[in-house]
Design a protein around this ligand. Sequence first.
Ligand code: SF4
Ligand code: FES
Length: 552
Amino acid sequence: MSQLEKVLINVDGVNYQVDAGQNIIDACAQVNIEIPHFCYHPSLSIAGSCRLCLVVTGMPAIDRNTKEILHNSDGSMVIAWAPKPAIACGTKVCNNLYVITNNDLVKSCRAGALEFFLANHPLDCPICDCAGECKLQEYANAYGSGVSRYVEEKNVKPKLTEIANKIYLDNERCVLCSRCIRTCREVLKKDYLSFTSRGSRTLVCPDTTADIDSNYIMNIIDNCPVGALTSKDFRFKMRTWFLKTTNSISTESSAGVNTKVWSRENKIYRITPRQNNLINDNWMTDSGRMEYKKYDDSVKIKYARIDGSPCEPLYAIGRAGEILKLGSIAIVASARQTLEEQFLVAQLAKECSAKVFVPAHLGEDDGFLLSADRTPNMRGAFLTGLIKKEYPKTDLLDLKAKVLSGEVKSILSFGEDLLALGFDSKDLKNVNVIYCAVSENELSQLAKITLPVCGDFEKSGIYINRQWRAQKFDAVYEPKKNILTAVNLIFNLLKIVKGEDYVNPSNQEVVKMISQEMSIAFDKMNSSSLLIDSSKFADIKFPELKALHYDA
Ligand code: SF4
Ligand code: FES
């Protein structure tokens, strides 16, 4: 039965069409009915251990002789209710399944289960870092009995056990759902965690003999429904209800991992994965979570500069445009640029007959969500025509040869550090370098013109990942004064080179232009991804290995 097939179910007396093949928890969620659960997680195997998801189920009664459905005198079907409640996580929906989620039996099952969970749970919600996103707190409020009959001494369990130097485990708060254990076993493929001891003394125990060096261990924090696992990096920095979330895409590699960026007042506090079952399921790398630290405010370029002297950005762009008009230009575009930026760079290169170089940035492919291509948009560079033939090199030695021979007299670089790509500072002595970048470095100091542009979190755009899926992302916050988006900057250069004057189009308008030019409906894209026809690039040898949802 395909996932897209529908079945008719009845929940609490109302009929619904839901996707076939899913369990009762997900089917009910599809029609906005919550079934509380701890141990169930859509990307893990079913444990069926917490018993919080119990519901009453039934099917139409069948006459044993005629095999016909039995009906009451009023014409309604006779329902044969199961003698005991069933776990909604372990029961799949089927046609004519009847479910009761709100009668006295279900309510008492939930209240009873929660009473057990709370028996030994510390009452430290006010100081627990998970407050505001703790499922136990929410469920106790919504489905608990509201009183405690527990008069015995509470268990005292170990606190602040460190895992992989990134996580704190507080066993007192653990509800023994085993999600963290199953995440390690089923996703990380390592038994880093296990249960030890029995009954109310049971503990989650890290394997002390293993060196937990996984780049995915922090996924257990997201999967923990309570505050038993907390991130050392985020802990006690900010209450989650003060944070706004923005949909984003990880830029650390071409995997295109979907993320949520949590910020307040122009400051990012954490990055967590966003579920996308076509790309990253519910997972992301630990290194990707730390990407928000890559732009240190203290090293950001704050002003446009010409020969080291600060000036108005539009004046510096004007001077840059004049240099471009002189000819003998090379443009170093980047696979870290958005599709919109790359599209405009391609136009600019055409206008000033510039040679285009796009360096590759490679690393070790982990065969999961950190791919060998450490840029988010190399496919975009192919699609926009910035790269015409094979996969590019990891240096700019070809460009260096052109500079040394005098063929290239000016270089416009978009964030690519020439000094890290084969150039020496003395090679650039007689070249006009126009450097558009976020952060200061040696190149920004020696460039003729330095132009500050927005970082990844200050702009919106489209990246195309290793699967050729185009995905949109949003700006987390506004750029500071004097900092232009690269789209704006390139348009200003284009106007000068072409000798035209017009109001710069918005990012959306640029997306429309790309859609028209390429006949690809980027402008109709919603929050989901758009798979691009990549057949004309079939001969290109890309460096990524087979990985989650990706066939090399
Ligand atoms: S630490 Fe969290 S995820 Fe692991 S078993 Fe306990 S409650 Fe579940
Ligand atoms: S979610 Fe735990 S038993 Fe169903």
